[in-house]
Ligand binder design. Structure first.
Ligand code: GLN
Length: 195
């Protein structure tokens, strides 16, 4: 099975590297046709307005929406914003997930930080009960979720930073920038691909 990484802008190389390390066939996706053979696609971190504008230019909006109705999509950081239905400003969004996000939610003082998160759902891919070391870079918060969305992780202050709706997954942070591949393996399970 093949997993794609949307390669319009952002840190797609890092996701490809983790997937290949896990023995998965990983491909950079820029054209609608390339979606056809994929079991799932990752939308990387970067700049969500830029990713959205390029997705419009590359005629990927509708194909990605159709893809997400049946198959697995994981958005990290900017990718999470792009999957949402509302980012509180005008920019192209897929609107696939019933979540609202707040961009650059941590302000200038704490644009980037790292924190250990409790993510109970990861026990399904690894018996190891260690917290997940999460890297946040000018990250969004998930400010509200609909009733069909499961919250996977929160900060200590209760703010939501990871969520799932069926085969759709979002994280405000960047698992591809660490050596902990549990979120990637969790996504592969959603996609139905072999680990
Ligand atoms: N701040 C970026 C945005 O709003 C996201 C940052 C990231 O992906 N690391 O699109």
């Amino acid at each position: 099975m093949r997993i794609g990484v949307l390669a319009l802008q952002g840190d797609f190389h890092e996701h490809i590297a983790v997937l290949r390390r896990l023995g998965v066939e990983a491909v950079e996706v820029r054209l609608p046709d390339q979606l056809e053979t994929l079991a799932g696609i990752i939308i990387p971190g970067g700049e969500s307005t830029t990713i959205g504008k390029l997705a419009v230019d590359f005629q990927l909006m509708e194909p990605l929406r159709q893809f997400g109705k049946q198959k697995a999509i994981w958005g990290t950081c900017a990718g999470a914003i792009f999957l949402s239905k509302d980012a509180h400003r005008q920019q192209p969004l897929l609107g696939l997930m019933d979540i609202k996000v707040e961009r650059n939610a941590f302000g200038r003082q704490v644009e980037s930080f790292e924190v250990d998160l409790d993510v109970p759902a990861l026990k399904t891919v690894s018996p190891e009960d260690a917290p997940f070391h999460a890297v946040f870079i000018r990250a969004p918060l998930i400010s509200s979720v609909g009733s069909s969305v499961d919250v996977l992780a929160k900060l200590e202050n209760g703010k939501i930073v990871a969520a799932q709706q069926g085969k759709l997954l979002v994280t405000s942070f960047h698992p591809e920038l660490t050596t902990d591949d549990r979120f990637h393996r969790y996504f592969l399970r959603l996609a139905g691909a072999k680990e």
